[in-house]
Design a binder for this molecule. Structure first.
Ligand code: APR
Length: 261
């Protein structure tokens, strides 16, 4: 991919092709990754400034959490600063509008930042859980993350359960843990005739099966991503530009197509 994708404008032909697919689709869904949230100030994992270029992904495994809970939480506390001030960006807002218009029926996300819900998306499946709360591994009690941050900032690292003293874990899915709601996500994908992939390298399974399920059922795959992804070969349309620009232009193109119908 030429570097133009980083500063470049979105190719109008690709936007038009994507709008054509989405306005004709009977049941289109969105599948999102960390790339949709970088314009909100949250780093992704494998992009040029991705987290896994500075840290080993090993820090996000359940084994590492169980053996090094203190270091794990210090890493997460650093991540949480960006997460807690982040606001939905134009891409999240456009996707929520497409749901209100009936074009997108659901959002299946790998993200844990809650920005889709904050933007107004209603039907959201969080395959990798959420950073908004933590859970006690011993008794299952849950805590809002702002309460947990106060525990950490007052020196309780790892943060502990008030009830039973058990160690708290963010309610996110770590490598080595089963993803959440995968059956529901797969069902949705198998009944969809189009999937709009936004900001994912499509390199982590089982999440990356979602666009594959849509393709296998004869559906169309649209990928919005600044860099090549591992599933570009199954894409019907690839939009190689920033998600905020792509989604804003795509929303306007869909509105004008619907206005002319
Ligand atoms: N617009 C378009 N694409 C973008 C933007 C942007 N503003 N910012 C980043 N990207 C692209 C990057 O080029 C990259 O290819 O988004 C992609 C993000 O890929 P990853 O960082 O691999 O994120 P993701 O696919 O969500 O990772 C999946 O891996 O570490 C685990 O649990 C973590 O859920 C995450 C999973």
């Amino acid at each position: 991919m030429s570097s133009a994708g980083y500063e470049g404008t979105c190719n109008p032909k690709d936007i038009e092709a994507a709008a054509d697919i989405l306005t004709k689709a009977k049941h289109a869904i969105a599948f999102t990754g960390a790339g949709i949230s970088t314009e909100s100030g949250i780093p992704d994992f494998r992009g040029p400034q991705g987290l896994w270029r500075q840290y080993s992904p090993e820090i996000a495994t359940i084994d590492y959490f169980l053996t090094h809970p203190k270091d794990f939480w210090l890493f997460y506390r650093m991540r949480m600063s960006a997460l807690f001030i982040a606001k939905p960006n134009r891409a999240h807002m456009a996707l929520a509008e497409l749901e209100r218009m009936g074009i997108i029926k659901a959002v299946i996300t790998q993200n844990v930042d809650g920005l889709h819900q904050a933007a107004g998306s209603k039907n959201v499946i969080e395959l990798h859980g959420t950073m908004k709360r933590a859970v006690c591994l011993a008794c299952g009690r849950t805590y809002p993350m702002d309460v947990v941050i106060r525990k950490i900032d007052s020196g309780q690292v790892p943060p502990l359960c008030d009830e039973c003293g058990g160690v708290l874990k963010p309610d996110t899915v770590l490598f080595g843990e089963p993803v959440k709601d995968f059956d529901r996500a797969r069902e949705l994908a198998l009944m969809s005739d189009a999937v709009l992939v936004i900001g994912s390298s499509l390199s982590v399974y089982p999440a990356a099966y979602i666009p594959i399920f849509v393709k296998e059922m004869g559906g169309k795959v649209i990928i919005i991503n600044m860099e090549p992804t591992e599933l570009d070969y199954i894409a019907d349309v690839i939009i190689r530009c920033k998600a905020g620009d792509a989604m804003t232009t795509l929303l306007n193109e869909i509105k004008s197509k619907m206005g002319n119908q």
